[in-house]
Design a protein around this ligand. Sequence first.
Ligand code: GLC
Length: 612
Amino acid sequence: MSKTDDVFQRRLQKHHDELKWLYMELYHNDSMFAELCTNLYQYYKERRQALKKRDEKREQDPDWFKRNDMLGMMLYIDNFAGNLQGVRQKLPYLSSCNVNCIHLMPFLDTPKGRSDGGYAVADFRKVRPDLGTMEELAGLADMCHKRDMNLCMDFVMNHTSEEHEWAVRARAGEGEYMSRYFFYDSYEIPGRYEQTVPQVFPTTAPGNFTYLPDIGHYVMTTFYPYQWDLNYANPRVFNEMMYNFLFFANQGMDIIRIDAVPYIWKELGTKCRNLPQVHTIVRMMRMIGEIVCPSVALLGEVVMEPEKVAPYFGTVEKPECHMLYNVTTMASTWNCVATKDVRLLQQQMEIVNRLPKQYTFLNYLRCHDDIGWGLDYGFLRKWGMEEVPHKRFLNDYFRGRVEGSVSRGELYNDDPVTRDARFCGTTASMCGVESAEFEGSKEKLDEAVRLDVMLHAYMLAQSGIPMLYSGDEIGQVNDYSYKENPDKAEDSRYIHRGRFRWELAEKRQDAASMQGRIFAALDKLETIRREEKVFGASSDVHVYYVHNDSVLCILREQEGERFFGIFNFSDGEQTAWMQEDGEYTDLLSGEKILLKDVRIAGHDFYWIKGRR
Ligand code: GLC
């Protein structure tokens, strides 16, 4: 046995018993487990030397992804740079944005017009031809690694496209492939599922099943009708999907985003969300990664209420995901922008701050999806805010239909029954950049930029890893051109998935332009965040109460050093009522500042450092 085999054996030994136990619990299938183990070794052997080195390094430094220089950006390859080669050429631009983690939005082969933005994968081993090839992807990963950058991709594991080979063979009646999905020859069982399973896209894709008239069967389609849910109760599905995961790890991915993971296990009579078997599968995936490719981190996409999210970290002894989206905090942030009242955000941050420090959240203001108003309504009810009318208020507010609102955007999946609409728009449009530019008002544009920068400053001060949305660094506004494309017109999420406007990005060099102001402000904040150790993952993060419901204050403490981020969510001047002794410096201006009843202009903020 070679030395490298020793490495594999050591890692396998560490996890073998638990992995086998969990596998048998789900599948009771020795030969499939043996096949899995053989393949783990195969993928390990095929892993490039450079990646094995990365594995070794990160085994020694398991907190690599928590460092305060980590800054992500999510982008669509075609919108941003045409294709993979284009992204390669734009790496210097991303470095100039301080970004060292690039999340490439779905890029695998997908049928045009029936793709859900790439989330309907037709071939897990093939890049969409207009974007490039698998070799180019691996080449990009190498190049990123040389520049000390990380690459992240989506692993769409809940479903495949109806054009995936398995689906095509299932539709042709091959039993072996039908068993990889959920097929029913009558509506009886689908009907029973529909009684308990909620809907993801109630208006754009109602129901959880699709009837296939050509073969007289129903197939389960939780998302769009062309996204067929995989049946993870079939060990063949689990094994093959793990091979796909390892295949991507071997292309050089650093972070794998497991898409829609709460949905992967289905059980009649339940909501088919967050079932215990989902956690078994994620735990097995974590161990498989640690055996074959320990430098790869799992990012769970769990867009659920807070009590459902944290369990996806697993326990400290038996971890599942390395990182999770801080989704409730994101939605609560926008709620506070609309209400100018930060109490909900304070309470949400308290919940997050109480979790073990090992748990790392990915913070963001906007992403490619809509904002679902998943807020703590039990808490809001104390001030008379009921769920349905409050959601209506938020949607009206952000569409600019409420007195004083400067936001612009559109509804998404306005469910006629539950009136549970969600919202789409870019950060800049939600902050008023679009309406100010339309009106040609310099004053309103100043206010919009201030709010936009304040929200970024707040996001960068949270505990966890910040993830920017491409275009936000130059204040890119909504793009309405999707309405002219019949493949996209029905899905308002495309309003914030527009082409990156390089011609506007040019203006970032001009300090007086809107683009230049946002770009320079973010650059400064990101640089401070990277350089100051008070932003380190081990610092204590608290909500600090300043007795003003419009002002949020985050306190970070590390080895005697203290950082205060004070954010005014109202448009008028406010006072942060506080009395702190000691020496403090405004990190942005470099000037000394007294932490005694600090006055802050509307939508402005302070980043302050000092000692007691
Ligand atoms: C995830 C993606 C979303 C997609 C869905 C179905 O939630 O973020 O864009 O529609 O999965 O794959």
